[in-house]
Design a protein around this ligand. Sequence first.
Ligand code: FAD
Length: 386
Amino acid sequence: MDFSLSKEQIMLMQSLRDMGKREKFQELAAQIDASGEFPHYLLHKYSEMGLLGMVLSKEFGGEKESSLTAILAIEELAKFSPMIAAPVFESNVGPVRVIDMFGTEDQKRTIIPGVCRGENSVSVCMTEPEAGSDLTSLSTTLVEDNDGYILNGRKVFITGGGEASHYLVYARFGETKGYKGIGAVIVEKGMPGFTFGKQEQFMGLRGMPSCDLYFDDVRIPRSNVVIRSGDFGNLMLTFDIERCGNAAMCLGIAGGALEAAKQYAMERKAFNRPICEFQGIQFTLADMAMKLDAARLLVYRAASNAGQGLPSIYEASMAKCFANEMVKEVTDKAMQVFGGYGYSKEFPIERMLRDSRAWSIAGGTLQMLRITMASVLFGRRFDQRR
Ligand SMILES: Cc1cc2nc3c(=O)[nH]c(=O)nc-3n(C[C@H](O)[C@H](O)[C@H](O)COP(=O)(O)OP(=O)(O)OC[C@H]3O[C@@H](n4cnc5c(N)ncnc54)[C@H](O)[C@@H]3O)c2cc1C
């Protein structure tokens, strides 16, 4: 088994690290958190560097890089802050991949080049007030009309809500119950009947737009259908790429916290000695590094085996679940190393700890990931309704 990264991948990571130093990303991360404002100039910068849509099809402006390369870029930028990594996440592991894989020629031409230029972004819209983990109970409907469909319903917690140009909306075609009736359509910002709720106030990930979406008799042309009812399996398979991206965010946040805790332990003195000389602190740092590396191996395995396609549902679920738990533990331990200063907004650790919490809810909860893993282990699905 070859654990080495390519020369190009190592150079990419180094160049992102250098850019972070040059552009003072640590300070920028604190500013985004304090203001709740996302710095849109990053999109232009990332686009020029070829970081947006690097895995997307070449004919539409992407580079068709491997999933692992995108994961490495997300991880590296998330060491500063998941918000600084967000555009690379969205354009490489977000729902634009569904369009790249299953969309029509027209849909790809309309959306993907703009994503690579940082002008378009696509939000994934699954969750409803009464359907989160139980996605197959969703009640947003698409009713056939002369030349298309009429969309009605409400989505909640939609990342990019209000800001994104396009929305990949999961909805039920007609009356078909369960997963068989679910497909996905593209809804464009500004379509009549499509409105946004107020922006969410989350404990972390400040600067990330998120809100409810309302669809009141929105007219959807037939050409906006990406996945027809009956192809729900394809939708969920593509979602495993997003799960790897979610896990890469956790690697980045934990990597940032580990580095900060290591530096602090070498500088901070107690009992007249740097605290890194105390075995209790050394063991804490060693445990943090061990958990982070274990998560890294799982995430890289899932991404690496995906190549330029889709990861295995088992490997992606396991990687996300482990990384989601790891990042909470590592950021919490980092706070302990920082003592009282870790709890203060003067230092980045309290932000990292807040930013660590969402990943084990968004993109599939820890319980739902374990249900998926168990179904693969036992070779059968366990119906949660019975
Ligand atoms: C920061 C953030 C960003 C998000 N971004 C998006 C987005 O862009 N698009 C989108 O569509 N959604 C998004 N979400 C929503 C997210 O996907 C849902 O919150 C998540 O799927 C859980 O759904 P729920 O909140 O309805 O919880 P519920 O499904 O109500 O679950 C509540 C609790 O019960 C547990 N549970 C439920 N069923 C079972 C079971 N069978 N066995 C064991 N335990 C169970 C869950 O694991 C959870 O702990 C985001 C959420 C957050 C926090």
